[in-house]
Design a binder for this molecule. Structure first.
Ligand SMILES: [Mn+2]
Length: 376
C-alpha cells in the first residue's frame, strides 16, 4: 500500500518551509477514511512480546497520581478497556508490522536518517500520558476513536515534582483540538501537548524523529571510529614516551607533556573527516536493540526489497546497511543508492548489476536484510 499525506490547503513544500521544526499544523483527513492497521488485540499482543518496548501508564485523576509500568506484559496485566484512565504505549511498531512500516514511508520525504519509529498508543476513556513536551518532531495521527489535544508553546518548562513521568507543571494550553480517525497533528520539538482519549478504544499513531545531541553523536561516531580497523595506525601509533625528564617534586601533577599528548591523540582523530563520515553512516544505520533478522539458507536472486527492519543510507563514497559500509562507484553505486532511496530493486535492475554486486545482494538476502519481492 502506498500512503500519501493529503496536506489539504497547503503543499508539502509549504509544510517544510513554514511548519517543520517551527510551528504546529493540524491536517484534517491527512489520510481520508483511515482505518487502523492492526486491531487492539494485536497491539496488546505486541505489548506482551519480549522484543517490543512498551509502557503502561495509569492516572488517578482525583489525586493526580501517575503510575508507569514497563513491558513486556502478560496479557492479564493489561487492564480492561472498560476501565477508564489508562494507556498502553507500544514503541517501534513499524519494525514488527509490514502495514505500519508502509504507512511510515509516507514520512520519508523528511529523509530516512531523521526517521525514528512509529509508536502506537491505545487509551481507554480519559487515558493519556499527561502534559509534556518531546525533544523531537512528531506527527500524531488519529487511527481510531477520538483524542482531545491541548497544545501550546512552553517558554521555560517546569516539571511536576515526584511524578514518575516528566510532566509539565502548570501547562497553559493555547488550543484544544479534537482528532478523529484520519486527522493528523504535527508538533515541532519542545511544543507542549496533552492528549486525552474521549470515549473508549482510542488509538493514536505517533511518527517520531531522531534528533541526536552533539554529545550523543560524538560519542557514537568516535566510538565506532575507534573500533574500526582504519585506526590501526593510531592504535599502534607512537606510545607516550618521556626520556630525559627530571625527577619530580610534585608526583601528583599531570605532566603538561602528557596533556599535550592527549589533546594530540584526539586532534589526530578529527583530521580524518572521511573516516568520521564512514563511522557516521555506520552509526546512523545501526539496527535498534532487539532487532533480529531471520537468515534463509536458499535464495533466488530476483526483484527484492529491504526488510522492514533494515536501515540503509548512502553518501558520496559509501552505502551503509544495518551498521556496515561498502565503498561503491559507477553503475553499482547507482543501483545501491536506488535501493536505499526506493527500498526495492526490480528484476531487471538486479540482472544489470555486476557479478560482485549480485553476490552482495545474495548475501543480504541470506542474512534476511533483503526480502524477495513477489511479482505483482
Ligand atoms: Mn509526546
Amino acid at each position: 500500500m502506498n500512503w500519501t499525506i493529503q496536506w489539504g490547503a497547503i503543499t508539502q513544500a509549504q509544510f517544510m518551509s513554514r511548519h517543520w521544526q517551527q510551528r504546529p499544523l493540524l491536517v484534517r483527513q491527512a489520510f481520508a477514511g483511515f482505518k487502523p492497521l492492526l486491531g487492539v488485540e494485536q497491539l496488546f499482543e505486541l505489548a506482551c512480546h519480549e522484543d517490543v518496548e512498551s509502557r503502561l501508564i495509569r492516572h488517578d485523576g482525583l489525586f493526580n497520581d501517575w503510575s508507569v509500568t514497563h513491558g513486556p506484559f502478560t496479557r492479564r496485566q493489561i487492564p480492561s478497556p472498560k476501565k477508564p484512565h489508562w494507556t498502553v504505549l507500544v514503541q517501534g511498531v513499524d519494525l514488527h508490522n509490514d502495514a505500519v512500516s508502509q504507512l511510515m514511508r509516507a514520512f520519508r520525504f523528511i529523509g530516512e536518517a531523521r526517521l525514528d519509529d512509529l509508536m502506537i498508543s491505545y487509551a481507554s476513556h480519559g487515558g493519556g500520558v499527561g502534559p509534556h513536551l518531546d525533544n523531537y518532531d512528531v506527527f500524531l495521527l488519529q487511527a481510531q476513536g477520538v483524542r482531545e489535544w491541548r497544545i501550546g508553546p512552553v517558554k521555560r518548562p517546569q516539571w511536576q515534582a515526584g511524578a514518575p513521568l516528566k510532566l509539565l507543571h502548570q501547562f497553559k494550553p493555547q488550543e484544544v483540538i479534537q482528532l478523529h480517525p484520519g486527522d493528523m497533528l504535527y508538533l515541532p520539538p519542545g511544543y507542549g501537548h496533552d492528549g486525552v482519549a474521549v470515549g473508549p478504544d482510542c488509538m493514536t499513531y505517533s511518527i517520531g524523529f531522531r534528533a541526536p545531541t552533539q554529545g550523543e553523536l560524538a560519542h557514537h561516531v568516535l566510538q565506532r571510529h575507534l573500533e574500526t580497523d582504519n585506526t590501526d595506525e593510531l592504535a599502534h601509533g607512537q606510545r607516550y614516551a618521556d626520556a630525559g625528564i627530571r625527577p619530580t617534586a610534585t608526583p601528583g601533577r599531570i605532566p603538561p607533556a602528557l596533556q599535550d599528548f592527549g589533546l594530540q591523540a584526539v586532534t589526530a582523530l578529527l583530521s580524518q573527516p572521511q573516516a568520521l563520515r564512514l563511522a557516521l553512516g555506520e552509526v546512523l544505520t545501526e539496527p535498534k536493540p532487539r532487532v533480529w533478522f531471520t537468515a534463509r539458507s536458499r535464495v533466488k536472486l530476483g526483484a527484492c526489497q529491504l526488510d522492514r527492519q533494515s536501515r540503509m543510507l548512502w553518501d558520496n563514497t559509501h552505502v551503509f546497511l544495518n551498521g556496515e559500509a561498502w565503498k561503491v562507484k559507477g553503475e553499482d553505486a547507482r543501483l545501491l543508492r536506488q535501493l536505499a532511496d526506493e527500498r526495492q530493486l526490480s528484476e531487471v535492475q538486479v540482472r544489470s548489476a555486476s557479478t560482485d554486486l549480485q553476490a552482495l545482494l545474495r548475501d543480504w538476502l541470506q542474512q534476511g536484510w533483503l526480502q524477495p519481492l513477489g511479482r505483482s
